[in-house]
Every structure is written in structure tokens, then in C-alpha cells.
Design a protein. Structure first.
Length: 89
């Protein structure tokens, strides 16, 4: 709701809108072109470590912990498989 109020105020100030557009054209697009090669297209494979849990949970004979770190971009999907079958529980 706060954003809507700000947008309504800014949209009535045509000189301010023109200044913002110029800023986007001169600075934002320039910076995007300069950095896109190592930010937007950047991909870093994760480091994956599977280890026994430090404490044993009741009713779990072999509890494992999976740690997935040092990857980019942020989105990641981790699945457990046992004998080539995905484990869902």
C-alpha cells in the first residue's frame, strides 16, 4: 500500500519521471552490460557433503545430513535417492 502512494506521487511529477528514465538509460543499462557476463550468466556448481548426523534421532537407524553450499544462482533443488528411487519421506 505504501508503494502505491509513492507511485501516485511520482507519476504526477513528470520532470522526476524523466530524470529517473535518464538515470536508467545512462547508468543502469550501462552497468548491466558491463557486469552481465559474470553476474547474470554466472553459474557455480554446488559443493555437496553427505555425513552421518552428529546425534541420533529416535527411530532412525542411519540418519544422514546433506549439506549443499557455495553455489550460484541461489535456486537449488535437493533430492534423496536410494537404489535409484527418489525418497519422498
Amino acid at each position: 500500500e505504501l508503494g502505491r502512494v509513492c507511485a501516485e506521487i511520482w507519476n504526477t511529477q513528470k520532470d522526476l519521471l524523466a530524470e529517473f528514465r535518464a538515470y536508467v538509460d545512462t547508468l543502469c543499462r550501462h552497468n548491466y552490460k558491463e557486469t552481465a557476463g559474470f553476474t547474470v550468466q554466472r553459474r557455480v556448481e554446488p559443493t555437496v557433503t553427505v555425513s552421518p548426523a552428529s546425534t541420533e534421532a529416535p527411530n532412525h537407524h542411519n540418519l544422514l545430513v546433506c549439506s549443499v553450499t557455495d553455489f550460484y544462482p541461489r535456486q537449488v533443488k535437493v533430492k534423496w535417492f536410494r537404489n535409484q528411487q527418489e525418497q519422498t519421506a
